[in-house]
Ligand binder design. Structure first.
Ligand code: FBP
Length: 573
């Protein structure tokens, strides 16, 4: 039997492919545009001048990036007014790199609009890999109408390929020559912007027949929030949307558990190494317990101490008739627990070294083989873990030989251990738990008004830097609370030397949660109370028109010492 076609079925079919009433309304939503880009009511590019802040590059890095360092003199550029000269005929390629984050499409929109009809914007399909293969197409005004204010990177796609070997750079150089590309915009996180710095240096000159180079500009993206440079880059885009989505879900869990009165929920939140996401969600919802990886490392808190903190809190609450709660666990926690970091490094190394011996073996056999290859301490630590976690630690590594923390169920390890410990400490306390991982469901959520506006202006900043003839800079905005100012941050001047896969590498250092930051100190000042009493709040779903629609992340407002949570890209708004 077939469904009868009716007016309603026709109406439903019209809502497919990105045309739900919500998606239609969101496309019509007005983003906030910085005053700097407004000239007689129209959008206009800005020029840049050296600002007041100079960065201090690592001397070894400076030697490796002579062109970029000489051109920037390590000074952060600040927008200095509307561009008077009309620049036309530029062909600009734009790509996403790394994990998706909401707002990416609006970077393309801001970029396209600032470049205007006399320059061409080319989209690169599927990230850096697509750039090396030359998979480019022209982005039109119709494309812009379809993608404006939508979350996700699905318009172009993304991947995690790194353009770093001489051969990779040559491929990009050839694509630029063949397709007559004048500039590349890389929208990515710390590693992708490190790549942008390298590409800018290598393509600085002698790409075209006339001896000119190809400009490269980075745009700071990642839900992890670990690409921050104080007031000059308050946050990466995507963080606001992801944390608002997680906060809604955590708020709901807090309400559920205070209703059903029987479960402890262990929630692992995405965010890789840094705990910014967890901290922000905690400030939005006020959960019973929040673990912050950076604090665990700083205090040398062992796994059994973490388990004790949770177990003792649960016992105390049970005595007070509150036998339930929510524990927030940052995705990267396991790497910060003393002993684990070095054990995982040892394991990564040995799995690479003995790849051939491990091949064809079952996971149990692999474990037996690898124990003897690790140092005694590391072998013992691995052996002491619950079986399921051991198996996860043996899971496939990423292309750089590293453990993929998003695949380790730390929340399961903790809840299991806490249950055993409570039984030991007080057999009368009943402890029921449920585990959750909130990760992929938020990276491509509908972009909040903050992220949509922020990214539109970041795109306009990136386009302005290109029209102003700059290369090797990352687009940024500062003073998000009082008419944001467009900036260009010299990327090479940010690089430092870090050990990666046992070798020194020049990279942008990941910004971790600072334990003396106002945001962390706020959590610290409130968490005892949140554990003792139920002071949770539900922030509700991310709002696009409602009372919180103009709010930026709480951690950003606190850390930048703004006086309000409301963002203002145009001071007159
Ligand atoms: P980026 O830093 O590239 O933006 O990626 C962030 C992230 O979402 C992490 O929070 C997470 O650990 C990781 O990507 C997951 O990676 P994948 O998408 O490759 O599974």
């Amino acid at each position: 039997m077939e469904l009868e076609r009716t007016e309603l079925t026709d109406l439903l079919a019209l809502m497919e492919n990105g045309h739900s009433p919500f998606e239609k309304a969101i496309r019509a939503m007005k983003v906030s545009v910085c005053e700097a880009f407004k000239k007689s009511g129209a959008l206009a590019p800005v020029t840049f001048l050296p600002g007041t802040r100079t960065l201090e590059p690592n001397p070894e890095v400076a030697e490796a990036f002579p062109n970029s360092i000489a051109a920037s003199k390590n000074i952060i550029l600040s927008a200095s007014g509307a561009m008077t000269e009309k620049v036309s005929g530029k062909r600009v390629a734009v790509l996403f790199s790394g994990g998706p984050a909401a707002g990416g499409h609006n970077v393309l929109v801001g970029l396209k609009e600032i470049l205007g009809p006399t320059n061409t914007l080319m989209g690169v399909k599927a990230g850096p890999k697509g750039l090396m293969k030359g998979e480019l197409f022209e982005i039109t005004d119709d494309h812009v109408k379809g993608i404006i204010n939508t979350g996700g990177f699905d318009f172009l796609g993304t991947d995690r390929t790194k353009i770093e070997k001489p051969d990779d750079i040559d491929k990009v150089r050839n694509v630029c020559r063949e397709q007559n590309i004048d500039a590349i915009v890389i929208i990515g996180g710390d590693d992708s912007n490190t790549n942008a710095a390298l590409l800018a240096e290598k393509l600085f000159c002698d790409v075209k027949e006339d001896g000119s180079g190809v400009q490269v500009i980075g745009v700071p993206k990642t839900i992890d929030g670990d690409l921050q440079i104080g007031d000059d880059l308050p946050i990466s885009f995507g963080f606001d949307t992801a944390t608002k989505i997680y906060a809604e879900k955590v708020g709901n869990l807090l309400r559920d558990t205070a209703s059903s009165l029987k479960y402890w929920h262990f929630v692992r939140l995405m965010g890789r190494s840094a705990s910014h996401v967890t901290l922000e969600v905690a400030l939005q919802t006020h959960p019973t317990i929040t673990l912050i990886s950076e604090e665990v490392r700083d205090r040398n808190t062992t796994l059994s101490e973490i388990v004790d903190i949770i177990a003792l809190t649960a016992i105390e609450r049970a005595k007070n008739g509150l036998n339930y709660g929510v524990v927030l666990v940052p995705e990267g926690l396991i790497e910060f627990i003393p002993g684990f970091t070095t054990m995982i490094d040892d394991l990564n190394d040995k799995m690479t070294q003995f790849k051939d011996d491990l091949g064809g073996k079952s996971v149990r056999e692999q474990l037996l083989f690898i124990y003897s290859k690790l140092t005694q301490d590391h072998g013992e630590l691995l052996e002491s873990l619950p079986e399921a976690i051991k198996f996860m630690l043996m899971s496939d590594r990423d292309q750089h030989g590293n453990l993929q923390v998003s695949k380790i169920e730390t929340e399961a390890m903790l809840s299991h251990e806490v249950k055993l410990r409570i039984k030991e400490l007080d057999g009368n306390v009943k402890f029921e738990y449920l585990n959750h991982f909130f990760g992929y469901e938020a990276r491509c959520g509908a972009s909040t008004l903050f992220d949509s506006s922020y990214t539109y202006n970041l795109g306009a900043t990136a386009g302005s830097l290109i029209l102003d003839g700059r290369t090797g800079y990352m687009a940024s905005l500062r003073d998000l609370d009082k008419g944001a100012k467009p900036l260009g941050i010299p990327i090479a001047s940010l690089l430092d030397i870090e050990m990666r896969k046992g070798k020194p590498a020049k990279v942008i250092e990941k910004a971790l949660v600072k334990l003396d930051s106002p945001a962390f100190l706020y959590l610290k000042s409130r968490r005892k109370l949140w554990a003792e009493k139920d002071l949770s709040s539900s922030p509700g779903p991310a709002q696009f028109w409602g009372p919180t629609s103009r709010q930026m992340p709480k951690t950003v407002a606190l850390n930048r010492k703004y006086n309000s949570l409301d963002f203002k890209f145009d001071a007159d708004e």
